[in-house]
Design a binder for this molecule. Structure first.
Ligand code: PMP
Length: 284
């Protein structure tokens, strides 16, 4: 059983308890992060902590820790866990208070950090690609906040599980936003297209890495709105997230994407991403 951190204490996961009146439980009133760790080295920690700050500011919660404190805490959790590769989950909620929608006058935030085993996507998913479906993006208009209230994402993700697919790609007003738990890129006529960051999508850390690697690879790239028609006519469709890394979508709504195989740009990007991870593991 892994060691977790809860409100100042390090303890076994099965001993960690929060009061039922915690606003995270009652209202989903809290924010979170998942930080990938390779060979016990956190990947883009500063960027994840900056996104945490953005989420906390957006929901008007004070950050309970400075960056040095978070770093020390996460390092301790990572060191105690049995796996070299981990996804460190951290959550901050507005804490326990009598049930009332309005913020409590006095509240003590609940801080929880937990390690999870991180396994790279299976080789078959990388080599063959994965299937996805589309659905209307019926989430709220603050998808840039990494909020624990994930009910819409949960329901949208389950649609793809029910269809035997890996992800649900979301369309809002005729434009691609992202996936239920990932960002989405397409390739058309040799150019990588990425929906721009806005209140309609989570600013993915992997999304940024992929854009940086595209520039390094000399892959033409445009960050601009992507229409549903462009998605459906794409030569390649990619998913990115900290746990999926980069995956090719080779079937969309039961039709092949391009020739139905992961495309040449995907292969280059996947190789570049693996190489980049190796430099991180070496401490570069
Ligand atoms: N969008 C959503 C809705 C997500 O849940 C995630 C993964 N947490 C992402 C995008 C990808 O973000 P990241 O690359 O930081 O994992």
């Amino acid at each position: 059983m892994p060691t977790v951190y809860l409100n100042g204490q390090f303890l076994p996961l099965e001993e960690a308890r929060v009061p039922v009146l915690d606003r995270g439980f009652i209202f989903g009133d809290g924010v979170y992060e998942v930080i990938p760790v390779y060979s016990r080295r956190p990947f883009r920690l500063h960027e994840h902590l900056a996104r945490l700050q953005h989420s906390l500011d957006a929901v008007r919660l004070a950050n309970p820790h400075g960056e040095a404190e978070w770093t020390a805490l996460i390092e301790r959790i990572v060191a105690a866990a049995e796996w070299p590769d981990q996804g460190v989950y951290l959550q901050v909620t507005r804490g326990p208070a009598p049930r009332d929608h309005a913020f409590p006058k006095v509240a003590q935030a609940t801080v929880f950090v937990m390690p999870m085993e991180l396994t790279a996507p299976p080789e078959a998913a990388v080599d063959e690609g994965v299937a996805a479906i589309t659905a209307a993006d019926n989430r709220w208009l603050r998808c840039d906040i990494k909020a624990v209230s994930l009910l819409a994402n949960v329901l949208l993700r389950q649609l793809s599980v029910d269809a035997g697919c890996a992800e649900t790609l979301l369309l809002r007003d005729g434009f691609l936003t992202e996936g239920s738990a990932s960002n989405v890129f397409i390739v058309r006529a040799g150019t990588l297209l990425a929906p721009p960051k806005s209140h309609l999508m989570l600013p993915g850390i992997t999304y940024d890495v992929v854009l940086e690697l595209a520039a390094r690879l000399g892959l033409p790239c445009q960050v601009r709105p992507v229409t549903e028609a462009e998605l459906r006519a794409a030569d390649e469709v990619w998913l990115t997230s900290s746990t999926k890394e980069v995956l090719a979508v080779t079937r969309l709504d039961d039709r092949p994407v391009g020739d139905g195989r992961p495309g040449p740009r995907f292969r280059r990007m996947h190789a570049a991403y693996q190489e980049y991870k190796r430099t991180v593991m070496r401490g570069g």
